[in-house]
Design a protein around this ligand. Structure first.
Ligand code: GAF
Length: 384
């Protein structure tokens, strides 16, 4: 990652001295896909790609947002921030500011500079990292406090209510709460979690199919609607089923015939994915990488066949990985329809694995993929 100190220098050159600087990471999800909004389980890790935010207060009544990635500055009247999204990148920080104010927090006139290296539209949660960096920076500036899980919830609401993407809590939560060298299994119902150490001899190899992914897209929205439809039908028989988290395959066996076939398959993915995620956390905690790898593979098959949220390129990337030395488990990560695969790879093999996967994928698809050897990282934090 570019040195956060460089973002401080850049900010202070443009907006004056005394900047506070914060980092918020992107994430990779090891397992548990489209389960968060069904109040189920997910197991992501924060990664060493992040958004850096440098912030200072201002003496006038402006809010100035600058992106070094886009080389663009946006200026707003601090007294009257837009109430709805503007369809611009600045919606992500703006939404957080609007939500912070609506919850009674102070958002004074300020200048904020962003720079990030989380690949955009790649399913690695660049937007959540911007949101969490924004909230962390503003709270750091004012001295007000918000515990990480609540900060994550506020950032999720900003994406739901201001930006207009109907995501769950996973991405914001792990960006706020990630721990170095650990995956985090989150219960998206009550936000309790446990940290599972990732063995030191394992690398997270993230392979970008280069097929663009978007949480605001039709694919994500329609899958969520199908999951919710299946839930509503099961709930007519068992009212305790408030979310698919509450349903079992026994419910599906009993009443699944009433669910339209497509929504039935979506629900089967979510119900079995919750079971796999809990089992995967146990496997990781007990160091049983063989079981973890098997569960990741089953998760990919379910994501591809039942949830139909993969794409040909991701299926090829996962298939090609199976034959390479050092692989423990591979699957498409994130919201689906493109983006990246996550490969757990024995450290001794990871460089060769990355090179071979890159060339085999290029031969198979004609696309030159970006492949990153990553490590589980710390969640949002200030930089001295
Ligand atoms: C995207 C969403 F933002 C998450 O909330 C989650 O639903 C994920 O897709 C799928 O597991 O990253």
């Amino acid at each position: 990652m570019k040195d956060p100190a460089a973002v401080r220098t850049l900010h202070e050159t443009k907006y004056g001295s005394g900047a506070k600087v914060f980092v918020a990471p992107g994430r990779v999800n090891l397992i548990g896909e489209h389960t968060d909004y069904a109040e189920g389980f997910v197991m992501p890790a924060a990664i060493d790609f992040a958004t850096v935010a440098a912030i200072t207060s201002r003496n006038d009544s402006k809010i100035v947002i600058y992106s070094e990635n886009f080389h663009e500055e946006r200026v707003f009247d601090a007294e009257s921030l837009p109430a709805t999204n503007t369809g611009h990148w600045s919606d992500y920080p703006l939404g957080v500011m609007v939500l912070l104010r609506s919850e009674g927090f102070t958002v004074p006139p300020l200048s904020i500079t962003f720079w990030g290296d989380v690949p955009v539209a790649s399913g690695l949660s660049s937007s959540a990292s911007v949101e969490v960096a924004t909230a962390s920076a503003i709270l750091g500036l004012t001295g007000e406090t918000l515990p990480g899980p609540k900060l994550a919830r506020l950032c999720q609401r900003s994406e739901n209510e201001f930006v207009g993407a109907n995501c769950g809590i996973m991405d914001q939560f792990i960006s706020a709460m990630g721990e170095k060298d650990h995956a985090l299994m989150l219960d998206c119902r009550d936000l309790s979690y446990l940290l599972a150490p990732i063995p030191h001899d394992i690398d997270l190899v993230i392979a970008n199919t280069m097929v663009k992914h978007s949480v605001a897209g039709e694919g994500y929205t329609s899958r969520r609607a199908q999951v919710e439809e299946a839930c509503r039908i099961l709930a007519t028989h068992r009212p305790e089923i408030k979310f698919l988290r509450d349903a079992t395959m026994a419910d599906m066996d009993a009443w699944g015939h009433e669910i339209p076939p497509v929504s039935f398959k979506r629900a089967r993915h979510v119900i079995t994915e919750n079971e796999r995620t809990v089992a995967a956390a146990n496997a990781l905690i007990s160091g049983d990488m063989k079981t973890l790898g098997r569960l990741m593979h089953e998760a990919h098959v379910s994501y591809s066949k039942d949830f139909e949220a993969s794409c040909p390129e991701a299926d090829i990337m996962v298939d090609l990985a199976q034959d390479l030395p050092g692989l423990m488990g591979a699957r498409l990560t994130g919201g689906g329809f493109g983006g990246c695969t996550i490969n757990l790879v024995d450290k001794a093999h990871s460089k060769a694995f990355a090179q071979a996967l890159k060339s085999h994928y290029k031969n198979a698809t004609g696309i030159d993929p970006e492949i990153h050897i990553c490590h589980a990282s710390r969640g949002a934090h200030p930089i001295d």
